[in-house]
Design a protein around this ligand. Structure first.
Ligand SMILES: Cc1cc2nc3c(=O)[nH]c(=O)nc-3n(C[C@H](O)[C@H](O)[C@H](O)COP(=O)(O)O)c2cc1C
Length: 300
Protein backbone atom coordinates (compact mmCIF):
# COMPACT_ATOMS: atom_id res chain seq x y z
CA UNK A 1 0.00 0.00 0.00
CA UNK A 2 2.69 2.45 1.06
CA UNK A 3 4.87 1.42 -1.86
CA UNK A 4 2.02 2.09 -4.26
CA UNK A 5 1.40 5.33 -2.42
CA UNK A 6 5.01 6.33 -2.82
CA UNK A 7 4.96 5.78 -6.56
CA UNK A 8 1.82 7.90 -6.72
CA UNK A 9 3.58 10.64 -4.75
CA UNK A 10 6.64 10.38 -6.97
CA UNK A 11 4.45 10.76 -10.04
CA UNK A 12 2.88 13.91 -8.64
CA UNK A 13 6.03 15.65 -7.45
CA UNK A 14 6.04 17.96 -10.44
CA UNK A 15 3.18 19.76 -8.68
CA UNK A 16 5.21 20.31 -5.50
CA UNK A 17 7.92 22.82 -4.81
CA UNK A 18 11.26 21.08 -4.02
CA UNK A 19 11.12 22.34 -0.41
CA UNK A 20 7.65 20.92 0.22
CA UNK A 21 8.68 17.63 -1.39
CA UNK A 22 11.80 17.40 0.78
CA UNK A 23 9.74 18.07 3.94
CA UNK A 24 7.22 15.40 3.03
CA UNK A 25 9.96 12.81 2.49
CA UNK A 26 11.66 13.80 5.76
CA UNK A 27 8.45 13.56 7.80
CA UNK A 28 7.51 10.22 6.31
CA UNK A 29 10.85 8.58 7.04
CA UNK A 30 10.96 9.93 10.62
CA UNK A 31 7.52 8.46 11.45
CA UNK A 32 8.18 5.01 12.85
CA UNK A 33 4.75 3.39 13.12
CA UNK A 34 2.97 2.21 9.99
CA UNK A 35 -0.25 3.83 11.21
CA UNK A 36 1.41 7.23 11.59
CA UNK A 37 2.86 6.89 8.12
CA UNK A 38 -0.55 5.96 6.75
CA UNK A 39 -2.30 8.91 8.44
CA UNK A 40 0.38 11.24 7.21
CA UNK A 41 0.16 9.75 3.74
CA UNK A 42 -3.59 10.44 3.58
CA UNK A 43 -2.94 13.98 4.77
CA UNK A 44 -0.38 14.46 2.01
CA UNK A 45 -2.73 13.12 -0.62
CA UNK A 46 -5.37 15.64 0.46
CA UNK A 47 -2.75 18.36 0.52
CA UNK A 48 -1.52 17.45 -2.95
CA UNK A 49 -5.00 17.39 -4.40
CA UNK A 50 -5.65 20.85 -2.90
CA UNK A 51 -2.32 22.04 -4.32
CA UNK A 52 -3.32 20.61 -7.70
CA UNK A 53 -6.60 22.51 -7.71
CA UNK A 54 -5.00 25.81 -6.73
CA UNK A 55 -2.26 25.17 -9.24
CA UNK A 56 -4.80 24.58 -11.96
CA UNK A 57 -6.57 27.85 -10.98
CA UNK A 58 -3.35 29.81 -11.43
CA UNK A 59 -2.40 28.06 -14.65
CA UNK A 60 -5.75 27.93 -16.37
CA UNK A 61 -6.62 29.43 -19.70
CA UNK A 62 -9.75 29.23 -21.84
CA UNK A 63 -9.56 26.38 -24.35
CA UNK A 64 -11.19 26.81 -27.75
CA UNK A 65 -9.71 23.80 -29.59
CA UNK A 66 -10.47 20.26 -28.50
CA UNK A 67 -9.29 16.75 -29.31
CA UNK A 68 -11.98 14.43 -30.60
CA UNK A 69 -11.54 12.05 -27.60
CA UNK A 70 -14.76 11.50 -25.68
CA UNK A 71 -15.45 12.77 -22.19
CA UNK A 72 -16.85 9.67 -20.48
CA UNK A 73 -20.23 9.71 -18.75
CA UNK A 74 -18.51 8.78 -15.47
CA UNK A 75 -16.12 11.71 -15.66
CA UNK A 76 -18.87 14.10 -16.69
CA UNK A 77 -21.05 12.90 -13.81
CA UNK A 78 -18.17 13.51 -11.39
CA UNK A 79 -17.85 17.07 -12.65
CA UNK A 80 -21.61 17.66 -12.47
CA UNK A 81 -21.78 16.18 -8.98
CA UNK A 82 -18.93 18.47 -7.90
CA UNK A 83 -20.81 21.41 -9.46
CA UNK A 84 -23.96 20.53 -7.54
CA UNK A 85 -22.00 20.74 -4.26
CA UNK A 86 -21.76 24.52 -4.84
CA UNK A 87 -23.49 26.85 -2.43
CA UNK A 88 -27.09 27.41 -3.49
CA UNK A 89 -29.63 29.92 -2.22
CA UNK A 90 -31.56 28.36 0.67
CA UNK A 91 -30.44 24.96 -0.67
CA UNK A 92 -33.24 25.33 -3.24
CA UNK A 93 -30.99 24.36 -6.20
CA UNK A 94 -32.90 26.61 -8.56
CA UNK A 95 -30.91 25.63 -11.66
CA UNK A 96 -30.83 22.98 -14.35
CA UNK A 97 -27.98 21.84 -16.59
CA UNK A 98 -28.63 20.67 -20.14
CA UNK A 99 -25.98 18.28 -21.48
CA UNK A 100 -25.60 18.33 -25.27
CA UNK A 101 -23.53 15.64 -26.95
CA UNK A 102 -25.71 14.94 -29.97
CA UNK A 103 -24.20 16.18 -33.23
CA UNK A 104 -27.48 17.36 -34.75
CA UNK A 105 -28.46 19.28 -31.61
CA UNK A 106 -25.03 20.92 -31.63
CA UNK A 107 -25.64 21.95 -35.23
CA UNK A 108 -28.94 23.54 -34.21
CA UNK A 109 -27.23 25.40 -31.38
CA UNK A 110 -24.17 26.46 -33.36
CA UNK A 111 -25.68 29.50 -35.17
CA UNK A 112 -27.21 30.63 -31.87
CA UNK A 113 -23.65 30.80 -30.56
CA UNK A 114 -22.64 32.81 -33.64
CA UNK A 115 -21.08 29.72 -35.26
CA UNK A 116 -18.18 29.65 -32.82
CA UNK A 117 -16.28 26.54 -33.93
CA UNK A 118 -15.91 24.95 -30.51
CA UNK A 119 -19.68 24.41 -30.26
CA UNK A 120 -19.41 21.66 -32.87
CA UNK A 121 -15.87 20.54 -32.07
CA UNK A 122 -16.11 20.14 -28.30
CA UNK A 123 -17.51 16.72 -27.32
CA UNK A 124 -19.79 18.25 -24.68
CA UNK A 125 -21.80 21.45 -24.36
CA UNK A 126 -23.33 22.33 -21.00
CA UNK A 127 -26.08 24.93 -20.84
CA UNK A 128 -26.68 26.22 -17.31
CA UNK A 129 -30.17 27.54 -16.69
CA UNK A 130 -31.81 29.59 -13.99
CA UNK A 131 -34.71 27.27 -13.13
CA UNK A 132 -37.65 27.92 -10.81
CA UNK A 133 -39.91 25.58 -12.80
CA UNK A 134 -39.04 22.45 -10.80
CA UNK A 135 -39.18 24.23 -7.45
CA UNK A 136 -42.52 25.89 -8.30
CA UNK A 137 -44.01 22.50 -9.21
CA UNK A 138 -42.85 21.02 -5.91
CA UNK A 139 -44.40 23.96 -4.00
CA UNK A 140 -47.74 23.54 -5.79
CA UNK A 141 -47.82 19.78 -5.18
CA UNK A 142 -47.14 20.40 -1.50
CA UNK A 143 -49.85 23.00 -0.97
CA UNK A 144 -47.39 25.90 -0.91
CA UNK A 145 -47.86 29.11 -2.92
CA UNK A 146 -44.69 29.97 -4.93
CA UNK A 147 -43.88 33.68 -5.26
CA UNK A 148 -40.99 33.42 -7.68
CA UNK A 149 -42.34 35.03 -10.86
CA UNK A 150 -40.25 38.17 -10.41
CA UNK A 151 -36.90 39.67 -11.35
CA UNK A 152 -35.30 39.03 -7.95
CA UNK A 153 -36.05 35.32 -8.28
CA UNK A 154 -34.47 35.30 -11.74
CA UNK A 155 -31.30 36.87 -10.29
CA UNK A 156 -31.34 34.33 -7.43
CA UNK A 157 -31.62 31.43 -9.85
CA UNK A 158 -29.05 32.94 -12.24
CA UNK A 159 -26.54 33.26 -9.38
CA UNK A 160 -27.18 29.63 -8.40
CA UNK A 161 -26.69 28.49 -12.00
CA UNK A 162 -23.47 30.47 -12.44
CA UNK A 163 -22.01 29.11 -9.21
CA UNK A 164 -22.64 25.57 -10.43
CA UNK A 165 -21.15 26.41 -13.83
CA UNK A 166 -17.97 27.82 -12.33
CA UNK A 167 -17.54 24.88 -9.97
CA UNK A 168 -17.92 22.46 -12.88
CA UNK A 169 -15.26 24.48 -14.72
CA UNK A 170 -12.86 24.34 -11.77
CA UNK A 171 -13.40 20.59 -11.41
CA UNK A 172 -12.96 20.06 -15.16
CA UNK A 173 -9.76 22.07 -15.34
CA UNK A 174 -8.39 20.27 -12.27
CA UNK A 175 -8.89 17.01 -14.20
CA UNK A 176 -7.01 18.35 -17.22
CA UNK A 177 -10.05 19.19 -19.33
CA UNK A 178 -10.51 22.53 -21.07
CA UNK A 179 -13.54 24.80 -21.05
CA UNK A 180 -14.81 27.91 -22.81
CA UNK A 181 -17.76 30.00 -21.63
CA UNK A 182 -20.15 31.22 -24.33
CA UNK A 183 -21.58 34.67 -23.66
CA UNK A 184 -23.85 34.20 -26.66
CA UNK A 185 -26.25 32.28 -24.41
CA UNK A 186 -27.81 35.43 -22.98
CA UNK A 187 -27.83 37.14 -26.40
CA UNK A 188 -29.78 34.32 -28.02
CA UNK A 189 -31.68 32.99 -25.01
CA UNK A 190 -35.04 33.12 -26.83
CA UNK A 191 -33.81 30.74 -29.55
CA UNK A 192 -31.88 28.49 -27.17
CA UNK A 193 -35.10 28.13 -25.18
CA UNK A 194 -36.77 26.72 -28.32
CA UNK A 195 -33.97 24.31 -29.23
CA UNK A 196 -33.56 23.00 -25.67
CA UNK A 197 -37.33 23.04 -25.05
CA UNK A 198 -37.08 25.08 -21.87
CA UNK A 199 -40.45 25.61 -20.17
CA UNK A 200 -41.61 28.78 -18.38
CA UNK A 201 -39.57 29.49 -15.27
CA UNK A 202 -36.37 28.41 -17.03
CA UNK A 203 -33.84 30.77 -18.67
CA UNK A 204 -30.40 29.78 -20.01
CA UNK A 205 -27.72 31.96 -18.44
CA UNK A 206 -24.48 30.51 -19.69
CA UNK A 207 -23.00 27.69 -21.74
CA UNK A 208 -19.62 26.04 -21.61
CA UNK A 209 -17.85 23.90 -24.17
CA UNK A 210 -15.96 21.05 -22.56
CA UNK A 211 -13.33 18.63 -23.82
CA UNK A 212 -9.70 17.55 -23.85
CA UNK A 213 -7.47 20.45 -24.90
CA UNK A 214 -5.89 20.44 -28.35
CA UNK A 215 -4.08 23.70 -27.72
CA UNK A 216 -2.11 25.43 -24.98
CA UNK A 217 -2.63 29.15 -25.64
CA UNK A 218 -0.69 31.87 -23.84
CA UNK A 219 -2.27 32.91 -20.58
CA UNK A 220 -4.18 36.17 -20.91
CA UNK A 221 -3.27 39.16 -18.77
CA UNK A 222 -5.14 40.40 -15.73
CA UNK A 223 -5.30 43.78 -14.04
CA UNK A 224 -3.13 43.72 -10.96
CA UNK A 225 -4.91 42.87 -7.71
CA UNK A 226 -4.65 46.43 -6.44
CA UNK A 227 -6.84 47.53 -9.37
CA UNK A 228 -9.76 45.34 -8.42
CA UNK A 229 -9.55 45.02 -4.62
CA UNK A 230 -10.75 47.75 -2.25
CA UNK A 231 -9.89 47.70 1.44
CA UNK A 232 -12.94 48.09 3.73
CA UNK A 233 -14.78 50.47 1.38
CA UNK A 234 -14.69 51.37 -2.30
CA UNK A 235 -12.03 53.92 -3.22
CA UNK A 236 -13.04 55.54 -6.49
CA UNK A 237 -10.42 55.66 -9.23
CA UNK A 238 -8.63 58.87 -10.16
CA UNK A 239 -7.53 59.39 -13.76
CA UNK A 240 -3.99 58.59 -12.73
CA UNK A 241 -5.13 55.28 -11.13
CA UNK A 242 -6.81 54.36 -14.40
CA UNK A 243 -3.66 55.33 -16.34
CA UNK A 244 -1.55 53.22 -14.02
CA UNK A 245 -3.79 50.14 -14.01
CA UNK A 246 -4.60 50.04 -17.72
CA UNK A 247 -1.29 51.18 -19.23
CA UNK A 248 0.27 47.75 -18.62
CA UNK A 249 -2.54 46.10 -20.56
CA UNK A 250 -2.36 48.73 -23.31
CA UNK A 251 1.40 48.33 -23.65
CA UNK A 252 1.24 44.60 -24.41
CA UNK A 253 2.12 43.45 -27.92
CA UNK A 254 -1.15 41.56 -28.29
CA UNK A 255 -3.12 44.68 -27.30
CA UNK A 256 -1.25 46.82 -29.84
CA UNK A 257 -1.93 44.21 -32.51
CA UNK A 258 -5.60 44.10 -31.53
CA UNK A 259 -5.84 47.89 -31.96
CA UNK A 260 -4.17 47.74 -35.39
CA UNK A 261 -6.29 44.82 -36.60
CA UNK A 262 -9.46 46.66 -35.65
CA UNK A 263 -8.29 49.93 -37.15
CA UNK A 264 -8.73 51.82 -33.87
CA UNK A 265 -6.53 54.22 -31.95
CA UNK A 266 -7.07 52.92 -28.40
CA UNK A 267 -7.72 49.53 -26.84
CA UNK A 268 -10.86 50.85 -25.15
CA UNK A 269 -12.28 51.66 -28.59
CA UNK A 270 -11.91 48.03 -29.61
CA UNK A 271 -14.35 47.23 -26.80
CA UNK A 272 -16.79 50.12 -27.32
CA UNK A 273 -16.79 50.21 -31.13
CA UNK A 274 -16.16 46.60 -32.13
CA UNK A 275 -16.57 43.91 -29.47
CA UNK A 276 -19.33 45.17 -27.16
CA UNK A 277 -21.08 48.01 -29.00
CA UNK A 278 -23.82 50.11 -27.47
CA UNK A 279 -26.34 49.30 -30.22
CA UNK A 280 -25.77 45.56 -29.77
CA UNK A 281 -26.00 45.85 -26.00
CA UNK A 282 -29.29 47.75 -26.24
CA UNK A 283 -30.70 45.29 -28.78
CA UNK A 284 -29.78 42.14 -26.85
CA UNK A 285 -30.77 43.75 -23.59
CA UNK A 286 -34.32 44.31 -24.89
CA UNK A 287 -34.44 40.73 -26.13
CA UNK A 288 -33.34 39.37 -22.76
CA UNK A 289 -35.93 41.46 -20.93
CA UNK A 290 -38.57 40.02 -23.27
CA UNK A 291 -37.29 36.50 -22.50
CA UNK A 292 -37.65 37.18 -18.77
CA UNK A 293 -41.25 38.32 -19.36
CA UNK A 294 -42.04 35.34 -21.59
CA UNK A 295 -40.52 32.92 -19.10
CA UNK A 296 -42.62 34.41 -16.26
CA UNK A 297 -39.92 36.22 -14.33
CA UNK A 298 -41.33 39.76 -14.69
CA UNK A 299 -44.85 39.34 -13.44
CA UNK A 300 -44.50 41.95 -10.74
C1 LIG B 1 -19.50 35.02 -19.25
C2 LIG B 1 -18.39 34.75 -20.24
C3 LIG B 1 -18.69 34.68 -21.58
C4 LIG B 1 -17.69 34.37 -22.51
N1 LIG B 1 -18.02 34.23 -23.82
C5 LIG B 1 -17.08 33.82 -24.71
C6 LIG B 1 -17.44 33.55 -26.05
O1 LIG B 1 -18.60 33.66 -26.44
N2 LIG B 1 -16.47 33.12 -26.89
C7 LIG B 1 -15.17 32.94 -26.49
O2 LIG B 1 -14.35 32.54 -27.31
N3 LIG B 1 -14.81 33.18 -25.20
C8 LIG B 1 -15.72 33.59 -24.31
N4 LIG B 1 -15.39 33.80 -22.99
C9 LIG B 1 -14.01 33.56 -22.56
C10 LIG B 1 -13.26 34.87 -22.33
O3 LIG B 1 -12.99 35.46 -23.57
C11 LIG B 1 -11.97 34.58 -21.55
O4 LIG B 1 -12.30 34.06 -20.29
C12 LIG B 1 -11.14 35.84 -21.36
O5 LIG B 1 -10.68 36.32 -22.60
C13 LIG B 1 -9.95 35.58 -20.46
O6 LIG B 1 -9.17 34.52 -20.98
P1 LIG B 1 -8.82 33.25 -20.09
O7 LIG B 1 -10.09 32.62 -19.65
O8 LIG B 1 -8.03 32.36 -21.02
O9 LIG B 1 -8.01 33.74 -18.93
C14 LIG B 1 -16.35 34.15 -22.06
C15 LIG B 1 -16.06 34.25 -20.70
C16 LIG B 1 -17.08 34.53 -19.80
C17 LIG B 1 -16.75 34.60 -18.33
Amino acid sequence: MLVAGWSYLESRTQYLTPLKYANIRKSLSSNSSILAEFVYFVYILQHISMEDTIDSLFNRRTIRKYRSDAVSDDLLNDLLNAGCRSSTTGNMQVYSIIVTRDESRKRELSPLHFNQKMVIEAPVLLTFCADFNRFNKWCILRNAEPGYDNFLSFVTAAIDALLVAQTVCIAAEARGLGICYLGTTTYMAHKIIEVLKLPKGVVPVTTITLGWPAEQPEQTDRLRLEAVVHKEAYTDYTDSDIERFYSEKEGRDDSRQFIRENDKTTLAQVFTDVRYKKEDNVYFSKMLLQVLKDQSFMNQ
